[in-house]
Design a protein around this ligand. Structure first.
Ligand code: AMP
Length: 277
């Protein structure tokens, strides 16, 4: 079956079959992590739609929107190889009309941890995700655990706005040495890449500890060892649903999340762990 490339709602309607639809939202520059999401989508629905859209709304004024990697032809090859039915690739002009006014607000959850470093980022994410849901009308949508706070705010939006979409989180795909795959990894020099390994190493080492305090301090020590080439933005141990910091009395699932700049590239990573008193 041929891959259909759709640019607007009418194209999507024509491409739509009668069965269930799974959506995998992406910004392109597809890698093994995106492939794993597509595979998770394929087993959950009759038709898989991958959206490829570099969403200007989720980039801050000093972020990398203009240099974000765009590899559309290679992305189509990946989608063909993975048995995707439809690629939805709207233009920014089609997505955002000049007269638009209304957008989604992520609330308090969008202003902490990653949201504190990137004001407005999660409002931009939720606005585009809600638009994609309305355009594609999926039964299920797959998001990576790699962007753990994004997954949490999307689940919050689905609950708060009563959206009829099932949200599935998929595990983070890593390089054999632990580095989480990211479209931004291509910006890293060999030296940057070696420094960047401290992120996943810190998460792994921290996750081996038992209490919140020990997890934070052990992970922090590994990040400190990386030296000045790693510019730490935050290290946070949070409740996976609210992204609020947990204390030593907390029991249950937690996310240890880190963000840092290495050679001008901002990287994020996290692990899910279980805390017991
Ligand atoms: P992006 O294209 O970076 O916006 O990511 C699109 C989707 O792929 C998001 O749901 C991400 O969480 C997910 N994703 C990105 N990197 C990975 C990874 N290494 N493993 C699994 N999913 C990922």
């Amino acid at each position: 079956m041929d891959l259909i490339v759709a640019g607007n709602r009418d194209d999507l309607a024509k491409a739509r079959g009668t069965g269930s639809v799974a959506l995998v939202p992406t910004m392109g520059a597809l890698h093994e992590g995106h492939r794993s999401l597509i595979r998770a989508a394929r087993v959950r629905a009759d038709q898989v739609v991958v959206s490829i859209f570099v969403n200007p709304l989720q980039f801050g004024p000093n972020e990398d929107l203009s240099r974000y990697p765009r590899t559309f032809d290679a992305d189509l090859d990946v989608c063909r190889e993975e048995g995707v039915h439809v690629v939805f690739a709207p233009s920014p002009e089609d997505m955002y009309r000049p007269e638009r006014q209304v957008s989604v607000c992520a609330g308090e959850m969008g202003a902490i941890v990653e949201g504190a470093s990137r004001p407005g980022h999660f409002d931009g994410v939720l606005t585009v995700v809600l638009k994609l849901f309305n355009l594609v009308r999926p039964d299920v949508a797959i998001f990576g655990q790699k962007d753990a706070q994004q997954l949490a705010v999307i689940r919050r939006m689905v609950a708060d706005l009563d959206l009829a979409v099932e949200i599935v989180g998929a595990p983070t795909v890593r390089e054999p040495d632990g580095l989480a795959l990211s479209s931004r990894n291509r910006y890293l020099s060999a030296r940057d890449r070696a420094v960047a390994l401290a992120l996943s190493r810190a998460l792994r080492t921290g996750a081996a500890e038992l209490t919140a305090g020990a997890i934070r301090s052990t992970a922090r020590a590994v990040l400190d060892e990386a030296g000045p080439d790693l510019d730490l933005d935050y290290l946070a141990l949070v409740d996976p649903a609210t992204f609020k910091e947990v204390d030593d009395a907390y029991e249950g699932s937690a996310v240890l999340a880190v963000a840092a700049r290495v050679g001008g590239t901002r990287l994020i990573d996290n692990v899910v762990l279980s805390l017991r008193r």
